[in-house]
Design a binder for this molecule. Structure first.
Ligand code: AMP
Length: 444
């Protein structure tokens, strides 16, 4: 992957100024990082002194290195054979990405690591736990599955990271996290990262951290200033055609498109593929293999478009991604910030467009309130906004329920009809039929 050099860091702030082990600094140089991002500047020095960290960090800020580098530094050259660092993350993609980053930073060290998430076999993960790899990066559900067994020992943990804590809350992982925390020693260094700090997260962080260094906490996370954001007002049924037109214009080289549901992701991906665009899709019903293929294919340019649901928004790490399109207005402003954060990573510039149908205006107002400014509205020139819509991507739930009810009612009335026909038949015939039915039933 191409390294990025953040544009806005002062020239004298270089990684070499941190008290990091030379092998780590060498690996960081190999990866191509020259200047630390803002969160790395703020977090790495106190973390190296052993302080707990509470960071309100938007994705794309460079938060992963901000916790991995000091942890790695603490692990180098010490006793091994038991797991000493645990990173908990909400999605498999994010966990896999963190592992990738760690392997890069640790390449000149003997620090070992493994990732633990669902959707794949348990065997290899069990072996990693038994062997006591230094760092485990895990999603909560699968980690708890392993914790049913005595081989999963977390009593040697010295470093704990909760990454994207607000997302874990949204995904209902809070009880799981609390169960995991029960077995982790209180004497440890904790890194707590969250894009936003809603009340339950603030409370959890208070219980977990000891006099933490607070980074950016006062500020509500907002997409990086380098990202150009715009709204495209459009009728719901014309959204696919608008996307098609934008792709046709060739303005966008690669684009990550977010839809509201898995169903819409599938239908939109089919539509784009039929229209001749190389398209992959990513959502929670896809197997781990399919998700990885989609991501890898998008990263290496096999696919120009990746259509995804929100779950997939976390942990997608595609450097220098130019465009994000919100095909549907995100349900919460936090989702908007996360989706848009997929572009403009590490302070690069990017464009994020949001398609807004009239019934989604309230969602836009909530987003504008959260990010503290009005988003610019644009129209695509030469696009026929009055043209006949495409086939609908999705039948609204109300209509689907009505159709199901109508089908059931038809079934019931057919049943009534055949019952009343049977009753009108002569008793002799009826009992003969029943006798035949019984005989058939016995044969089955
Ligand atoms: P993160 O917020 O940790 O997901 O990082 C976002 C992206 O920025 C990743 O692709 C990192 O590889 C990249 N990155 C992180 N820190 C730096 C840095 N100091 N210089 C250049 N790129 C970086």
């Amino acid at each position: 992957m191409t390294p990025i050099i953040p544009a806005q860091a002062p020239a004298n702030d270089l990684f070499d100024s941190f008290a990091l082990h030379p092998t780590i600094l060498k690996a960081v140089r190999d990866i191509g990082y020259v200047r630390p991002t803002a969160i790395q500047m703020d977090a790495i020095p106190p973390a190296l002194e052993g302080r707990d960290i509470l960071a309100c960090a938007a994705t794309g800020s460079g938060k992963t290195a901000a916790f991995l580098l000091p942890i790695l530094n603490g692990l180098i050259g010490k006793r091994r054979g038991t797991t000493r660092a645990l990173v908990v993350a909400p999605t498999r993609e994010l966990a896999a990405q963190i592992l990738d980053d760690l392997k890069g930073f640790a390449k000149y060290t003997s620090v070992t690591s493994a990732v633990i998430y669902g959707g794949v076999g348990m065997g290899e993960q069990e072996r990693a736990l038994r062997s006591g790899v230094d760092v485990i990066i895990a999603t909560p559900g699968r980690l708890l599955d392993h914790m049913q067994n005595s081989y999963a020992k977390l009593n040697g943990i010295e470093y704990l990271v909760l990454d994207e804590a607000d997302r874990m809350l949204d995904m209902g992982f809070l009880p799981d996290i609390k169960r995991i925390l029960k077995v982790i020693p209180r004497e440890r260094q904790t890194f707590f990262l969250s894009a936003t700090i809603p009340a339950p997260i603030a409370e959890l962080s208070k219980n977990l951290l000891q006099s933490p260094v607070k980074i950016n906490v006062a500020r509500q996370a907002a997409p990086a200033g380098t990202i150009k954001q715009a709204l495209y007002p459009i009728q719901q049924e014309l959204k696919s055609a608008l996307l098609h037109a934008l792709l046709d214009r060739g303005i966008m080289k690669d684009v990550l498109v977010f839809t509201r549901t898995k169903h819409r992701t599938n239908r939109l991906a089919e539509y784009l593929t039929k229209a001749g665009f190389k398209t992959a899709r990513l959502h929670g019903n896809r197997s781990m293999r399919q998700r990885m293929d989609a991501l890898e294919g998008f990263k290496d340019g096999t696919y120009r478009v990746l259509v995804a649901t929100d779950i997939a928004a976390r942990g997608i790490d595609v450097e220098a991604l130019g465009h994000v399109i919100n095909f549907d207005v995100p349900v919460t402003p936090e989702d908007y910030i996360h989706r848009v954060g997929r572009t403009g990573r590490a302070e690069l510039s990017g464009e994020a467009f949001t398609f807004v149908s009239p019934d989604e205006e309230a969602g836009v107002r909530a987003i504008e309130k959260t990010i503290g400014r009005k988003l610019q509205r644009e129209m695509l020139s030469d696009f026929d906004y009055s043209k006949r819509p495409n086939a609908r991507l999705e039948i609204p739930i109300g209509e689907r329920l009505a159709a199901m009810r109508a089908q059931k009612a038809r079934g019931r009335s057919n049943q009534n009809l055949s019952q009343s026909r049977n009753q009108n038949r002569t008793p002799g015939r009826g009992s003969a039929n029943q006798g035949r039915a019984r005989a058939n039933g016995n044969r089955r």
